[in-house]
Design a protein around this ligand. Structure first.
Ligand code: MN
Length: 397
């Protein structure tokens, strides 16, 4: 039991203890822990410069022993009455802080690991072909994205301009098919040497924690620039990341056995002994209307397999690497994680609570994604949210 008065049903109880980077009026950026409705200032409490750098990278680089030790100390600080005065003086109400990007993102990879999403997109973009490419069930497909345009939650997304084509004739202008993708992100702490692969069983030695990602996507730019549907300018204008990184250690109660896979993956992707399917329940809101509830537990490839695959050629990991799951879509219509799917590429617009409808995002629209997971003893682990508003395109000279 904590000496803190934690609100009923808080997703930020003692079981969670996510890390983020915050500032208050006049303060520098520092590492904090979300607890109930407050943030514990780790820089102020410990005086440790590792928590005063303005990103989690320096702490994440210390590795799993340091991650575990901090968690044990946090539990002691927040439960032993003898720490009440010292720790209490370093608590700030969460509604008084500004949250920042939690990590300085090193490399960014985005996967494509939901079977329902890959089939939906395949049918919409390549109606005359098999929805799944021949490799899809053999490896987690992904691409290297643009780390420098990953933005903190709350950063507005400026509608991108670019080329799109109608019947093969290109034109230039603001995207008319701006979309979101609801995804789960994984933050790497421990690096790996160039030329070595990270086995699927070493996942928790390298990955510190989990966040939410909105992979904003311009479908019209994407469909023209790189057929069949590779990602470049249709994706790189901005990607949003939630402020709180939930440690893997908080997600033990959320672990499930992976879904059945056919055919059986090659040995380096065999995760029978290392099940990292996570039972996260996502929600996507558009202007406040609940438009989707994507279930992360159904993902075909797990983050442990994704990490094994992205390093199997010897690519090195760096502290601060972020890799995202790919759009999370379940089999049911109200579980699809993008407007492309929800509106069937504009053929069946989504109706919002205010009676308006959307095929794709309009200027001024606000997209907010949140998630929870089961915690120990019937508790819930909260992920907070990742949100962003669409701003009109800037003129291109
Ligand atoms: Mn994506």
């Amino acid at each position: 039991m904590s000496w803190l008065d934690l609100p009923d049903g808080t997703g930020f109880g003692l079981e969670n203890l996510p890390l983020g980077v915050f500032s208050t009026a006049g303060s520098t950026r520092r590492t904090g822990v979300a607890i109930g409705d407050q943030v514990l200032d780790l820089a102020g409490l410990t005086g440790d410069p590792v928590h005063a750098t303005g990103s989690l990278n320096a702490f994440l680089a210390l590795g799993p022993t340091a991650w575990r030790e901090l968690r044990e100390r946090l539990l002691d600080w927040l439960t032993s009455g003898r720490h009440r005065v010292a720790v209490g003086s370093q608590l700030v109400p969460r509604d008084e802080v500004t949250m920042h990007l939690p990590v300085e993102v090193a490399d960014y990879v985005d996967f494509y690991s939901s079977l329902a999403h890959a089939e939906n997109v395949g049918r919409l973009f390549r109606p005359d072909a098999e929805p799944l490419t021949p490799n899809w069930r053999h490896l987690p497909i992904g691409y290297h994205g643009r780390a420098g345009t990953i933005a903190a939650s709350g950063t507005p997304v400026v509608r991108p301009c670019g080329q799109s084509a109608t019947d093969g004739v290109p034109s230039f202008g603001p995207s008319r098919r701006l979309d979101f993708e609801a995804e789960v992100g994984f933050v790497v702490g421990t690096p790996s040497p160039l030329g070595t692969a990270v086995p699927v069983g070493d996942f928790a030695q390298h990955v510190f924690g989990v966040c939410l990602v909105n992979d904003w996507s311009a479908r019209d730019l994407q469909a023209w620039e790189y057929v069949p549907l590779g990602p470049f300018l249709g994706k790189s204008f901005m990607t949003s990341m939630s402020p709180w990184v939930v440690p893997l250690a908080a997600l033990e109660a959320a672990r499930l056995d992976p879904p059945a896979r056919d055919p059986r993956p090659l040995p380096y992707l065999d995760d029978a002994a290392h099940p990292w399917t996570l039972d996260l329940a996502l929600e996507v809101r558009l202007n406040g209307s609940l438009v989707s509830r994507p279930p992360f537990a159904g993902m075909y490839w797990t983050a442990a397999q994704q990490l094994a695959h992205l390093t199997v050629n010897g690519a090195a990991l760096r502290t601060g690497d972020l890799f995202a799951s790919g759009t999370v879509s379940g089999p049911a219509r109200d579980q699809w994680g993008s407007l492309l799917e929800l509106s069937q590429n504009g053929a069946e617009p989504v109706v919002l609570d205010d009676g308006s409808s959307r095929s794709f995002l309009e200027d001024g629209d606000v997209v907010t994604m949140s998630a929870t997971a089961p915690g120990p003893g019937g508790t819930r682990i909260g992920f907070g949210e990742v949100t962003g508003r669409v701003l009109p395109a800037n003129p291109v000279r």
